[in-house]
Design a protein around this ligand. Structure first.
Ligand SMILES: [Cu+2]
Length: 130
C-alpha cells in the first residue's frame, strides 16, 4: 500500500517537474530525476521467495544500468535466511516472515551478482546482469 502511494507521488512529481523547469529556463533541470521516475513506473520487478530450498528462482536475468526492484518474501522459518545481503551493492535487509520486502538497486556491471543470507551466503542465489 505504501509503495503504491509512493508511485502515485512520483507520477505527480513527474507532471509538475516540466513546468517548473520551463520557468527556470532549464538551468535547474534535473533529467536524472525524470529518468528515475520513468524507470520506476516501468518497473523491473523480480519476485523472489525464501523457502526451505533457499532463495528462488535463481538465476534471474536483470538489465545492466536499469534499476531493478527485488521483491523478496520469506516463507519459511526453518532456514537461516532471515535477511538478504547483496555484498557487491552494500545491501542488507531483514526479511520478516511472509512480508514482501523491496530492495531496489541499479546493476552497474555485467556478470553475476551473488546474494544470500547474512552468514557467509550459505543460502544464496544469483542475478545475471546483461
Ligand atoms: Cu545462513
Amino acid at each position: 500500500m505504501i509503495a503504491k502511494t509512493m508511485v502515485a507521488a512520483l507520477f505527480a512529481a513527474a507532471v509538475v517537474l516540466p513546468a517548473a523547469e520551463a520557468l527556470a529556463c532549464g538551468k535547474h533541470a534535473k533529467p536524472a530525476a525524470a529518468t528515475t521516475v520513468a524507470q520506476a513506473a516501468q518497473g523491473n520487478r523480480v519476485e523472489l521467495s525464501v523457502t526451505e530450498e533457499g532463495f528462488g528462482p535463481t538465476p534471474v536475468k536483470v538489465k545492466k544500468g536499469e534499476p531493478v526492484t527485488l521483491v523478496i518474501t520469506r516463507k519459511t522459518d526453518k532456514t537461516c535466511a532471515k535477511e538478504i545481503m547483496i555484498p557487491a551493492y552494500d545491501i542488507e535487509k531483514e526479511l520478516p516472515l511472509n512480508q514482501p520486502v523491496e530492495v531496489t538497486f541499479t546493476p552497474t556491471k555485467s556478470g553475476e551478482v551473488k546474494y544470500g543470507c547474512g552468514m557467509g551466503q550459505m543460502i544464496a542465489g544469483v542475478l545475471v546482469v546483461e
